[in-house]
Design a protein around this ligand. Structure first.
Ligand SMILES: Nc1ncnc2c1ncn2[C@@H]1O[C@H](COP(=O)(O)OP(=O)(O)O)[C@@H](O)[C@H]1O
Ligand SMILES: [Mg+2]
Length: 289
């Protein structure tokens, strides 16, 4: 994004301090987990936030989603100051930003059926479930590549990749403006990662939502990001277009991160080719109708 005029999300000088009781004299210690972070996400784009574990990625995401309050800085979403929202406006905001977490099994209630899980955000938003819960869930399951007949099943009856698709279906239920994927594919096998990434990309093309995609794995990031922001020690050390960051990184830390990953994974290429073929087949079929 060049001029910033089309930013859906605009974060400026975001800070988060955590305090912990510590020291022999019982003084509380302050620890700055997020330090002066600024970033923009445009409508329909995917900004990847990358960095090693502990660099402050999740804390940044949790402030943006209003799960925790910032110590300082501003977050503007669709023209509103997120940190100032209360009541109805906050409720509406929660329907516009959905989070997909790393561990699908712990983020999906094990005692709830898929149908209950997927429709929960609509119920929370006090919106009608279009066409009834069963049909709505079935249609969403189909869209994320799951069997629509399995909507009465429980999370434990699905594989990790399938469970993450349920998490994505739940996020989609309210047609959000933005999805925050916090290490959403990090716990999956590489080939399953590729499938879930491709699913996200396809859904994004269809729906036009923006994505803040958080990962520590640069090979994953390369598959999905429009732009990349690199975080280290609570700060963003480099931001740029994906290819610029990968092919000519400006920051030493970025170079170090890049040196630590294999450049190409054959699984990704195979998956991409399959996906491309499937898209062509779909288009041909639609054209022939
Ligand atoms: N609730 C909390 N209380 C105290 N420290 C925290 C809390 N949440 C995160 N931290 C610390 O903040 C730093 C950044 O954490 P996090 O945002 O989870 O990093 P990342 O997602 O990049 O791995 C870490 O040092 C972590 O231990
Ligand atoms: Mg994290």
């Amino acid at each position: 994004m060049s001029d910033g005029s089309e930013a859906l999300l605009r974060v400026r000088n975001l800070v988060k301090d955590f305090t912990s009781p510590g020291g022999v004299f019982g003084r509380t210690r302050r620890f700055r987990a997020v330090d002066d972070v600024s970033l923009d996400v445009a409508t329909g784009e995917t900004l990847a936030l990358v960095g090693e574990s502990g660099s402050g990625k999740s804390t940044t995401a949790r402030m943006i989603a209003r799960l925790i309050d910032p110590t300082g800085g501003t977050i503007e979403f669709a023209g509103r100051e997120v940190h100032e929202l209360t009541g109805k406006a906050l409720h509406a905001f929660r329907g516009e930003v959905q989070v997909v977490f790393q561990d699908p099994y712990s983020s999906l209630n094990p005692k709830h059926t898929v149908e209950r899980i997927v429709t929960a955000p609509l119920v929370y938003q006090k919106r009608k479930v279009p066409g009834g819960a069963r049909a709505f869930t079935g249609a969403l399951m189909e869209r994320v590549g799951l069997n629509p007949d399995h909507s009465a099943r429980f999370p434990a009856q699905f594989s990790g990749g399938q469970a993450q698709r349920i998490g994505i279906a739940r996020a989609l239920a309210v047609a959000p403006k933005m999805i925050i994927a916090d290490e959403a594919v990090s716990a999956l096998d590489v080939s399953v990662q590729a499938q879930v990434i491709n699913l996200l990309r396809r859904l994004q093309e269809e729906e036009g939502f923006s994505c803040l995609f958080i990962a520590h794995d640069l090979a994953v990031v390369r598959q999905i990001a429009t732009r990349v922001a690199v975080m280290n020690g609570g700060r963003i050390v480099e931001t740029g277009e994906r290819d610029q960051v990968f092919d000519s990184p400006r920051d030493d830390y970025t170079r170090k991160l890049l040196a630590a990953v294999p450049r190409i994974r054959p699984e990704w290429d195979a998956e991409r080719r399959r996906n491309e073929q499937a898209r062509k087949d779909r288009e041909r079929k639609e054209a022939g109708r």
